[in-house]
Structure formats: structure tokens, C-alpha cells
Ligand binder design. Structure first.
Ligand code: NAP
Length: 492
């Protein structure tokens, strides 16, 4: 299905207007052509968005949770009714397969529905008093929240921040990545049609270093919720520290997948392929370090390489495609630099390591699914996030060895374990440093299950019922029940 791109307008506090910042070209990297060029947001647009948010937020924040939830349910329905358009826009903007972008849009609808339900079913606390008074702990909105998102799964990342922040009673200023500016604007249209009051949501595509940074430093912004690279996250954390502002950081990963000799080999191979090569490896949770028990290493790796060679690399709109183009030619160059580094470090390329040969793919930013062996866990290729279809595979001896190697990395986002010994799986799940552990499965998500990373993979958790609380502050209230003056205050 083909759609057309919309007018060159951004969403500034409920008003569609032309951005006054630098132009942003949205690229269809799979075909090497420009989708459309957008006038990005400038500092003046951000100031206007903040002023409109300041006006609108108190009214929204003082609505009853079930009243806010009504609007969020309508946004969820609006997303669900526009899945095909959202998927098309996102596939054009990021070159992800339509199959994947449809799933992401469906999950975004679910995220709005979930946080509407959480908002209207969350309780404040009546706490146990230690005197003759009633004590309560209540939750209030923070005010204005900046949400800064990356290009790899924009509609899902946007929803994970915008839905709980709005449900909690805040106004949101959303800055999408410059490589994927379009789909967040689709979300703004749906929110507007759903009746979200003006001013509560702005979508400000613009440079991270300018608009993103200015948002973070702005005195009216009460929280920043960021998903992106670790280097950027660290810069944001410094800026947030200056303001003593809460910040949640969902950052990068270099997640270990561990395969024991007693695993179900077919299940493991399917899970490993999906874990690293779906989304062309452009996934924070990609299982990019594979540890295989030495007793089965050669046979298992040989089967994995055969299965990898059989993956269909192709156009994102082709239903058969498993591995599509990377998001941008510059990103492919970054991936290629890592594969060159792996060769310099002494690695052996078991498959891939090149651009595809097919004539039909030459104008796109495609890269063949790649497996590298012969490196040890200390190599840079094994330590740093590549964010592309590149897997490093290493042997291990036993449980203790693989826990030590798995944890010997600065990131701590996810881990996969393949074994039929469920006690062992639970032991490793407890010992490994990771925000999420998948046992005999990989890259599965549920909005009701918290998600986030440890170490260089971030601070804080999104999703789950507590995901709403990340956008609220707690206030304690004491109500006197005695009617007596305080005994300390005596006077004649
Ligand atoms: P990025 O370069 O860190 O950018 C992320 C966002 O931050 C973009 O909107 C970017 O804007 C903005 N930004 C850049 N510099 C900024 C600054 N100084 N102040 C404020 N904002 C700034 O990351 P990316 O390349 O888009 O995304 C890939 C990374 O995201 C990977 O490391 C991946 O692992 C991580 N990720 C993590 C999760 C998770 O949940 N843990 C999920 C998805 C992705 P511009 O685009 O304009 O530069």
C-alpha cells in the first residue's frame, strides 16, 4: 500500500506550523532516495512549545486519572486504526521491514491502552500513622517532560515515553531522532484527533545537539526520558545533574547469548538468528555476543553459519525479507569500520562481511548478516556496540567461565540462555548482569514487564505499572485527628 508524505509542518504545542530550524532530510536508505525534507524545529519553536505546555499542563494534571485515561484510550484506538499508514511511514523513514513496523505500531497502540488502564487503576497510599493523624502518600505529575528518542524503533520508543508521561498528568515535548523525524508527527496527528488538549504534546524534530540539548537544559523541563546511545546519555546525565533533575536513560548494549550443549539446537538457532539479525541488528537488545559451549562449538557454529547464509536479505516492502537495509549509508559505513577492525584484531569472518551482490540491492544501504570467530571477549569488536547485523561467536568451558565472560563487559542490558536444564538457567539468570534475561527465547516483550539496563546500558526502568510512577513525584500528607495543640508548645 502506498501513501504520500504530509506537508512540511511540525507540531508545536497543538499547532501545526513550519519549523524555523535547519532542514532535515528523511532518507529511504533501502532505495537511496530522499522521502521528503522537513523544516526542523529551532530554539524559538521549542520556547513556544514550552510556553504552550506550561499553560496546558495544570488543567490536564488536575483531571481525574480516569478522565485522562479516556483520551489515551482514544489515542490507542487511533493508532490501531492507522497501523498501515504508520508502518509505511516508519518503513520509509528507517528502512525496516513492513512486518516489523506493523508490529511496532501495534505495540504502540497497546502501550497507550496499557498506561490508560494503569492510570485509572493506580492507587495512592494511606500509610500506617505513628500518631493521632491520618497519613497518606499521593502522586502528582512532574510538569513538563522532555522525551528524546532514537531512530531504530521510533513509534514504540515514543509511545513508551509519551503514554505514561501523559497518563501521569504531564505535558510532553518529544524530540525524535534526525534520521527518523516522520513517524512521531503521525503520532501527534492521532493524539490531536483523539482530543488531546492543545499544548500537551509537541513534536520537535531537530538536531540533538541544539534542540535536544536546549530541552534538557531548559529550566521549565522537570524530567528527561532518553533512549539512545551511551555517549549521548552520559552527556544528558551531566546536564541533568546541574539542574538536579530526574533523568531516565535507556542506552546501548552488547548482550551475551549463552548456548549449552544440552540445548534444543533448532530452537537455539532460530532464537539466535532472530536475536541478532532481525531489525538488521539495529536493536539495543541484539544478542551480539554468542558464547557456545566448547564441546559442541564446531558443529553448532557450522549449523548457525549455514542458517545465516540462508537468510533473505531484501527490500523492506517484500514480505519474504528477513534482513533489510540499514537505516542510513553513514550507519552502514560505521558497521563496515567495525568489521574491518575485527579483521585487524585477528578475527575470521565466517559469513557475510560484505555488501550484498544482488543488482537490485546496490542502491540501498544493505549489509550481509555477518558472523565473526577467533576473537576473545577482550577484543574491541566484542566489547563495543556495533548496532548492525554482526555477531561475534566465542567458546566457553563451563558455567563459571561463561558467567565471567558474559559479565566482563560495560553494558548490562539483556542476556539469552539456551539450555534444557532449568535450574542452571535460573542460576545464570541470577548471576548475569542484565536488565532482562530470556531463557529459551529471545527478544520477546510485554508492556506489563519492566525494561531497562544496568551499567552503561542505563538508569531506570520503563514499562510495567511502575512505569507511570517514573513520571510522578510523591507527596506525603499528614492530617491531624486529635484537635489538640502540640504538647511541646506550652506557654503560661
Ligand atoms: P543517539 O545518537 O544517542 O541519539 C538519540 C537521540 O538523542 C536522538 O534524538 C538524537 O538527536 C538525540 N541527541 C543527540 N545528541 C544530543 C544532545 N547532546 N542532547 C540531547 N539530545 C541529543 O542514538 P541513536 O544513534 O539515535 O540510537 C542508537 C542507540 O540507541 C544505540 O546505542 C541503541 O543501543 C540505543 N537504544 C537503546 C534502547 C534501550 O531501550 N536501551 C532502545 C533503542 C535504542 P539527533 O538524531 O538529532 O542526533
Amino acid at each position: 500500500m502506498e501513501y504520500t508524505f504530509r506537508d512540511d509542518l511540525i507540531f508545536v504545542g497543538g499547532h501545526w506550523q513550519k519549523g524555523r530550524g535547519a532542514p532535515i532530510a528523511s532518507l529511504f536508505a533501502a532505495e537511496g532516495c530522499v522521502n521528503t525534507t522537513l523544516s526542523g524545529a529551532a530554539a524559538e519553536d521549542m520556547e513556544l512549545a514550552i510556553a504552550r505546555a506550561r499553560d496546558a499542563q495544570p488543567g490536564w494534571g488536575s483531571l481525574k486519572p480516569h478522565e485522562r485515561a479516556t483520551v489515551l484510550y482514544r489515542i490507542s484506538e487511533g493508532i490501531a486504526a492507522n497501523i498501515d499508514r504508520i508502518a509505511w511511514v516508519q518503513s520509509r523513514d528507517t528502512s525496516k521491514t513492513l512486518t516489523e513496523t506493523r508490529a511496532l505500531a501495534t505495540s504502540a497502540a497497546g502501550t497507550f491502552r496499557y498506561f490508560a488502564a494503569v492510570a485509572e487503576t493506580s492507587d495512592d497510599l494511606l500509610t500506617v500513622p505513628r500518631g493521632d493523624y491520618t497519613t497518606a502518600s499521593i502522586h502528582e505529575p512532574l510538569g513538563l517532560v522532555a522525551a528524546i528518542t532514537p531512530w531504530n524503533s521510533p513509534i514504540a520508543s515514543d509511545a513508551q515515553k509519551v503514554a505514561p508521561a501523559l497518563a501521569a498528568g504531564n505535558a510532553v515535548l518529544l524530540k525524535p531522532a534526525s534520521w527518523s523525524p516522520l513517524v512521531s508527527l503521525e503520532l501527534a496527528r492521532i493524539a490531536e484527533e483523539a482530543g488531546l488538549p492543545q499544548g500537551l504534546l509537541s513534536v520537535l524534530p531537530g538536531s540533538g545537539r541544539e534542540v535536544g540539548n536546549a530541552l534538557v537544559e531548559h529550566r521549565d523541563i522537570a524530567k528527561v526520558s532518553f533512549t539512545g546511545g551511551t555517549a549521548t546519555g552520559r552527556r544528558l546525565a551531566h546536564a541533568a545533574a546541574e539542574k538536579l533533575m530526574p533523568v531516565s536513560l535507556e542506552l546501548g548494549g552488547k548482550s551475551p547469548t549463552i548456548v549449552f550443549e544440552d540445548c534444543d539446537v533448532d530452537l537455539a538457532i532460530a532464537g539466535i538468528l532472530f536475536g541478532i539479525f532481525s531489525s538488521s541488528g539495529q536493536s539495543c537488545i541484539a544478542g551480539s555476543r554468542l558464547f557456545v559451549q566448547r564441546s559442541m562449538y564446531d558443529a553448532f557454529v557450522a549449523r548457525l553459519v549455514d542458517a545465516t547464509r540462508a537468510l533473505v536479505v531484501g527490500h523492506p516492502f517484500d514480505a519474504e525479507t528477513q534482513v533489510s537495509s540499514l537505516v542510513h549509508p553513514e550507519h552502514r559505513e560505521a558497521v563496515e569500520r567495525y568489521v574491518a577492525l575485527a579483521r585487524d584484531e585477528g578475527g575470521t569472518i565466517l559469513c557475510g562481511g560484505t555488501r550484498p551482490e544482488a543488482a537490485a540491492l546496490q542502491s540501498g544501504a544493505y549489509y550481509m548478516p555477518t558472523i565473526i570467530a577467533g576473537l576473545d571477549n577482550t577484543a574491541r569488536t566484542c566489547r563495543e556496540e556495533i548496532f548492525g547485523p554482526v555477531l561475534v561467536v566465542m567458546p566457553f568451558e563451563d558455567e563459571a567461565d561463561v558467567i565471567a565472560q558474559g559479565n566482563d563487559n560495560d553494558y548490562g542490558l539483556a542476556c539469552g540462555i539456551w539450555s534444557t536444564d532449568h535450574r542452571r538457567c535460573r542460576r545464570i539468570a541470577a548471576a548475569i548482569r542484565a536488565g532482562t534475561v530470556w531463557i529459551n527465547t529471545y527478544k520477546q516483550f510485554s508492556i506489563s514487564t519492566p525494561f531497562g539496563g544496568d551499567g552503561e546500558s542505563g538508569i531506570g526502568r520503563e514499562k510495567g505499572r511502575a512505569g507511570l510512577r517514573a513520571y510522578q513525584r510523591q507527596k506525603s500528607i499528614y492530617v491531624d485527628m486529635s484537635g489538640q495543640p502540640h504538647p511541646w508548645a506550652r506557654w503560661p
